[in-house]
Design a protein around this ligand. Sequence first.
Ligand SMILES: *Cc1c(COP(=O)(O)O)cnc(C)c1O
Length: 406
Amino acid sequence: MNFEENYPILKSTDLVQLTEDFGSPLYVYHAETIKRQYERLTKAFSSVSLKVKYACKALTNIQVLKYIHGLGAGLDVVSIEEALIGIKAGFSPKEILFTPNGVAFEEIKQAVELGLVINIDNISVLEQFGHEYGNRIPCCIRLNPHIAAGGNSHIQTGHIDSKFGISVHQLRHVLRIVNSNKMKVNGLHIHTGSEILDSSVFLRVAGLMFEEANQFPDLEFIDFGSGFKVAYKEGDYTTDIEELASEFTSLFTNFCKEYGRNLELWFEPGKFLVSEAGVLLVQVNTVKQTMSTVFAGVNSGQNHLIRPMFYDAYHHIINISNPTGKQRLYTVVGYICETDTFGWDRKMAEVREGDILAILNAGAYGFSMSNNYNSRLRPAEVLIENGKARLVRRRETIEDLLGTQI
Ligand SMILES: *Cc1c(COP(=O)(O)O)cnc(C)c1O
């Protein structure tokens, strides 16, 4: 399949017109692409009791959350604030897994009061939880298997130096705490990293989890986190969901037989659901020929989409104002006074000042990681559903910046 065919948003909508209607820079999301991804996952795992917990830190717009709730997903949240937004979007607290890291015990108590499913990733928190709630409130435990997934060291969370999870080597200590406080452990959780390059890593992690799971008699689910990879450019390796599912479900089904009960299988995809659904539309302010390159300077920057600068991530860029223009080489840069590059040496249809560029895969970790550096305002967000575009977040104004200042 041609790379750009993966992005129905490019075909289904006149994106240049959207920037005339709503201004730029503009985040645009395509609901049906989210649905496509959700259904691909649920279909592949249809032979087991699958629950998809959308990792909403990827994109927390409340209208997007409502849409994802409508598809039948639950939520994975990493802060009490995300939980409150999720509840406001219509998720019931028991559909929400609270997976914080390094938070005060007070925040965990708040989560218990809200009725969230609690995921614990630290021995000391487990002890406090046991003392406070004993067998009255169940909890899930986040384990670190020390199996590193993926090639980008910025986003690995399962390796030895990771701050996430309780080491599988501390399991005896975990069991002591659980048993002495008569705690009810209703789930085991693992999230090894944002990129699973090959399903054999996943299967190794699964084997390890199943071994440990037998020591916890009250399980209702096992949560394998995320790591489903999507393509950011032509030829990128992506997770073969169907192949993974066919191998994985038979392992899981066998485990459930051995365990004596059917458990739910949980996943927490973030970028898999929303990455390809979103584009960031920016306008070219300046075209600048230097001795080494041609810069296309746009009315946005790392304050709106930080992934290229933060993770050295590749985001494909298309000149949608001049689709048939002659191919030329550009370095696309933002307007922030800081190294601020969206893409180096990009072959694009000839860029003219005023053109609109579409930056792809901006649905995940785009707006949600944006900020106001240089006192720049954050973009508006638009959701396209059934061919209709509607504003789901207005553009910020200077009053928004000044509103919290005294
Ligand atoms: C960020 C995160 C996810 C989602 O990761 P993606 O790579 O976006 O799919 C899932 N689970 C937890 C605990 C996370 O922190």
